[in-house]
Design a binder for this molecule. Structure first.
Ligand SMILES: Cc1ncc(COP(=O)(O)O)c(C=O)c1O
Length: 395
């Protein structure tokens, strides 16, 4: 905590703090009247967070990890909420994972430290923001390319700060990352030679396993991914490279990754709120997020609700809580379901369980925070990158 050498971090942080405060004020001004109402009474569509369920999920993960070797650096891109991140922090975390440097800025403005931008960064605005943040706290970033590492080092050096680096290893997802022992070793050696980078370890999110529904097959894909990650790590260690951090793991593989020898932390995020994508593979956590909706049309053979793909996001796996009405399709402002065995009438209030929570959260500006079906607070969904209000360039 508290490294000296802030240059423009105070400007960035001040803007992020303003954004966090303004987002809170904005949603309170908009939705404070909903506090005290039942979740079926607020204007639909509304994003409902079942806070006790989310707390139980966070507590359960913390408890389970006490018996496993790895800690957790939860991915906050799922909920984009400093309030939820603080609850996670209270339960013990290694740090936080974020998808974008703008999420990092918001989490830093909320007072959180040890932030890993779990992606490579190349844009000038993003890199400047990262470096500004690194002046005041422990910041890590993924790196998979020597020229990129050299650029980060040069900019960090000019600003008088040090950036923590994890070498990103492609464990099979075919996204970013180096994909051989030799490439990892060459990059690690280069990073060690760069003045303003601190090589702290490796990252290897096995996201390609996340969508493998069948557990045995997912387990075998996972084993292959972790074996590769382990081989690369072992080679680095044999060559004298420091690999203190070994980070991987999402919600659908969390237990296997947390138990895998050598892994020091998992990056799971969706376990806090869950959704049908993750819930069909992992039953350790409760569904804590729904979209409150209203039946707006009832043709003889279908049920139409007022939550479409502009609010529910990725929809093919969306369901209606407590009903067996099958999803047919989502248009922009309409969700179309079949009748199921108990077709709800026109005007009925329903709760949609999202197919993929990160997409759903991202479509809303506020959580209606509920306890036992009653709204107790409204929280902003804060961090957005360029293209969303308030965060186009915070450097
Ligand atoms: C790099 C990285 N780590 C971790 C996660 C977390 O996965 P989940 O939300 O399934 O827990 C993601 C999700 O996309 C990711 O991209």
């Amino acid at each position: 905590m508290g490294r000296p050498g802030l240059r423009n971090a105070s400007g960035l942080l001040a803007r992020a703090e303003t954004l966090v405060a303004a987002s809170g004020e904005r949603v309170r001004a908009e939705y404070a009247r909903d506090v005290g109402r039942g979740i079926d009474e607020v204007a639909s569509p509304a994003l409902i967070l079942d806070l006790p369920a989310a707390r139980r999920n966070i507590a359960r993960m913390a408890l389970e990890l006490e018996r496993l070797p790895a800690g957790i650096r939860p991915h906050v891109k799922v909920h984009k909420s400093p309030s939820l991140a603080r609850i996670q922090h209270e339960h013990g975390v290694v740090g936080f994972s974020v998808a974008t440097v703008w999420e990092a800025a918001v989490m830093a403005a909320a007072g959180l430290d040890d932030i890993f931008v779990a992606n490579t960064l190349a844009g000038a605005a993003q890199v400047d923001a990262l470096i500004a943040l690194a002046g005041g706290r422990h910041v890590l970033v993924a790196v998979d390319d020597l020229a990129n590492a050299a650029m980060l080092s040069a900019k960090a050096s000019a600003a008088g700060v040090t950036l923590g680096v994890l070498i990103e290893i492609d464990t099979g997802m075919d996204r970013a990352g180096v994909d051989s022992e030799d490439a990892a070793l060459a990059l690690a050696r280069s990073v060690l030679a760069l003045p303003a980078l601190e090589l702290e370890g490796v990252t290897g999110y096995e996201g390609h396993c996340s969508g493998v529904v069948e557990a045995d097959r997912r387990a075998s894909w996972h084993r292959r991914a972790m074996e590769f990650f382990g081989h690369v790590t072992a080679r680095l260690v044999r060559e004298g490279i420091p690999v203190h951090v070994r980070s991987a793991g999402g919600t659908t593989t969390w237990r296997w990754t947390a138990a895998y020898p050598g892994i020091t932390e998992i990056q799971a995020g969706s376990y806090v709120v869950m959704d049908n994508f993750h819930g069909r593979m992992v039953d350790d956590f409760e569904s804590a997020l729904t979209v409150a909706t209203t039946v707006v049309s009832r043709p003889p053979d279908r049920v139409i609700v007022d939550a479409g793909n502009k609010t529910v996001g990725a929809w093919p796996l969306a369901t209606i809580r407590g009903l067996d009405a099958p999803v047919v399709r989502f248009d922009e402002e309409h969700g179309v379901f079949g009748l199921g065995s108990e077709p709800p009438p026109l005007g009925a209030r329903l709760q949609i369980v999202p197919g993929y929570a990160p997409a759903t959260v991202s479509a809303f500006e506020a959580f209606h925070v509920a306890e036992e079906g009653v709204v107790v607070d409204v929280w902003p969904v804060v961090p957005r990158g360029p293209g969303h209000h308030g965060m186009a360039d915070m450097s």
